[in-house]
Design a protein around this ligand. Structure first.
Ligand code: 0RA
Length: 663
């Protein structure tokens, strides 16, 4: 929560610190002061996203070494003391005196001067702009302790900092390196006076590191979580990622739980004036039209951008040209549309360029126009060649696109006559219990899982400001069906008309208009169990695809019904989760009463539901960020696909670990 993004610029000038520090410390603090003053400017936020950016920043530096051909192994370890250690086998940060700073070692400069990393004339594609590539000095500035061990030319060097970049020990030769070893090992502990919480989430890091391994073919990334070692006496969890096939393996992985239309993953690559593009693709028999994942310098551009545009336009023209040429379309047929062709497509487009421009709401959209033509050209010739050389695959792809078009045209006709009035909000859905206020800014829509919980919520609510929409059973999985089916689904239809602002992707509609929403808070109230988390994820996936601006404006929240209750005397105490339970038991050695694990919202009466979950004075709401919804969606598509068993397995394995993303 509170992942606010400061919008204004850092002053860049820090007040001099006098008194307690020596001259060196003063310069250092002046250099990093802007980071401590406005962490959000450098890492996006001081919430969980910002915290994890610290790890990404150090790993990005190691990946830069890998891309320059000097590093093949990166080890990331979460230690029991709360620190994170990132070790690489690159060249090691230089330790000699820096030419522009005669009194400082290069290592000290890299770790204390903003953006110093790039000043070494280092090669390759440094990630800049966006939230990454700010430099390891930013990590130093936001850590209460940081140590770098550097193996270079047979010697091991150490440099240490504390209190956000204050030098503790200048770079020192501490003895010989292990034979043949070069590299950098950075261990840092995030500053708990900066971050709202300093606990890393293993799942978040695992996904991210796996993605980086996919995007850097052959790079080995090992992730170890030692944190439970001390308390639980368990073996540390360890993940190792290494993909010789790079993004080809990525696509195969994305399609793992679906049925692929053909075995081989298509691949093409091109380079021009130092800019590079790589594309891997494969169709599955699903109906998803947004299986295109784009990356720029290893950053997931979830909002797409020029590279994605270039690919989409090339795909549409290459497939149409091929289909016409082979008489697979009738002369009087119109062209296949992009959406028809992309149905069931899983593709990864990865570009590397020198000065990426990141734009858009979450700085996750590539703005460099040169990328559109580079990708367009490369993809058009690469795809045309692939089609020529794979006639049987081409036939399957075009057959599927023709089917998709037929379905689209039929659905359009039906929808134009039947659904239009419903979608335009001709009436509110019968299931909705609306609030009396007509002012969206004070109105809240509770989407409640199940009719019985819906009944309690209806009774409990503040009728002036709280509307209740019960959702029954599993709502449709919007990624797994044709778009037109989404709008035929009752639950989804009710949701769309209750919110009242339209929806993206419905023909004859003007799209989703945030100005028309009837509630500024849309609150998901689901059980704390596997089914509840599934429904929540499906809803988030729906919002991500069809009402993205609702997430972008921070209008989507997750209510937190308690997981446990216990008696203290005659009073019932509700506890949100295991952490709250542990906190409750601390200092209560003689609490003998049992803990009830609450199974469902339905088990609470209206008063209990109000007290624990709905009362604005007492409730905790988690606001869902666009990034989180995108991640939910990505994980969803990656790990779920069409395979019901895989889905179930994943839900069960992860249900305890996760909050929003616990698909
Ligand atoms: C500056 C210059 C060079 C490498 C690095 C920094 C470097 C930074 C980090 C951070 C984590 N791992 C790292 N590895 C390297 C170039 C070194 C050279 O030219 O020898």
């Amino acid at each position: 929560m509170g992942d606010a993004q400061p919008a204004d610029a850092a002053s860049g000038v820090a007040a001099p610190v006098v008194g307690a520090y020596n001259a060196d410390a003063i310069t250092v603090l002046e250099g990093l002061e802007p980071v401590r003053e406005r962490p959000g400017m450098f890492i996006g936020s001081t919430g969980p996203n910002g915290l994890h950016h610290l790890v990404y920043e150090v790993v990005d530096n190691a990946v830069d070494e890998a891309m320059a051909g000097h590093c093949s192994l990166i080890e990331v370890t979460l230690r029991a003391d709360g620190s994170c250690c990132v070790a690489d086998d690159g060249r090691g940060i230089p330790v000699e005196t820096h030419s522009q700073y005669p009194n400082k070692s290069a290592a000290e400069v890299v770790l204390t001067v903003l953006h110093a990393g790039g000043k070494f004339g280092g090669s390759g594609y440094k990630v800049s702009g966006g939230l990454h590539g700010v430099g390891v000095s930013v990590v130093n500035a936001l850590s209460c302790e940081l140590e770098a061990l550097i193996d270079r030319d047979g010697r091991r060097w150490r440099i240490q900092f504390h209190n956000g970049g204050e030098l503790v020990g200048e770079v020192t030769d501490i003895g010989p390196s292990p034979v043949g070893r070069t590299g950098t090992t950075i261990t840092f502990r995030p500053d708990d006076t900066v971050f709202e919480q300093v606990e890393f989430r293993a799942q978040t890091l695992t996904e991210r590191l796996q993605m980086m391994a996919f995007l850097n073919a052959g790079l080995r990334i090992v992730f170890t979580d030692e944190r439970r070692l001390a308390t639980h006496h368990t073996v540390p969890t360890l993940h190792e990622f290494c993909y010789p096939g790079g993004i080809r393996d990525f696509v195969r992985h994305l399609n793992e739980s679906s049925e692929a239309l053909f075995d081989e993953v298509g691949y093409l690559s091109a380079a021009e004036e130092g800019d590079e593009v790589e594309i891997a693709f494969q169709w599955n028999n699903g109906f998803n039209t947004d299986g295109l994942h784009s990356f720029a310098n290893g950053i997931n551009t979830i909002e797409g951008g020029m590279h994605a545009e270039g690919f989409r336009s090339a795909l549409t023209s290459a497939v149409n040209a091929y289909a016409r040429d082979r008489k697979m379309l009738r002369p009087d047929d119109g062209n296949l549309q992009g959406d028809d062709i992309r149905e069931g497509l899983t593709a990864v487009v990865s570009v590397r360029l020198h000065s990426p421009q990141f734009e858009g709401q979450t700085k996750a959209k590539l703005g460099n126009t040169a990328m559109r033509s580079l990708v367009q050209k490369a993809a058009y010739s690469g795809l045309s060649e692939w089609l020529e050389e794979h006639p049987s695959e081409a036939k399957l792809v075009i057959g599927k696109a023709v089917d998709a078009r037929r379905a689209r045209v039929a659905a359009q006709k039906a929808r134009n006559t039947v659904r239009k009035s419903a979608l335009r909000g001709a009436g509110l859905p019968g299931k909705l219990t609306d609030c009396s206020s007509g002012d969206p800014s004070e109105s809240e829509l509770y989407i409640v899982e199940g009719d019985s919980a819906g009944g309690s919520a209806k009774e409990a609510r503040d009728p002036a400001t709280m509307a209740i929409l019960p959702i029954r059973g599993k709502i449709l999985n919007v990624q797994r069906c044709r778009p037109e089916r989404i709008f035929d689904n009752n639950e989804i239809g009710a949701l769309i008309s209750a919110i009242g602002a339209g929806v993206e992707g419905a023909t004859g509609e003007g799209g989703f208009d945030i100005e028309r929403v009837r509630y500024r808070k849309v609150i998901l109230l689901c059980d704390a169990d596997v089914d509840g988390s599934h429904i929540r994820t499906l809803l988030l996936t729906f919002f991500f695809h069809r009402m993205r601006a609702l997430l972008g404006h921070g209008c989507v929240y997750i209510a937190q019904p308690p997981l446990y209750s216990t008696k203290v005397g005659t009073e019932t105490v509700y506890l949100k989760d295991d952490r709250a339970k542990t906190a409750f038991l601390t200092g209560r050695p003689n609490h003998r009463n049992e803990f009830q694990r609450l199974k469902g919202l339905g088990e609470m009466d209206a008063q209990e539901l109000w007290d624990t979950t709905m009362d604005p004075q007492q409730r905790t709401l988690l606001r869902v960020t666009l990034e989180e919804a995108a991640t939910a969606d990505l994980i969803f598509s990656i790990l779920m696909g069409d395979d019901v068993d895989a889905r179930r397995g994943f839900i069960q394995n992860n249900a305890s670990d996760v909050r929003f993303l616990d698909v």
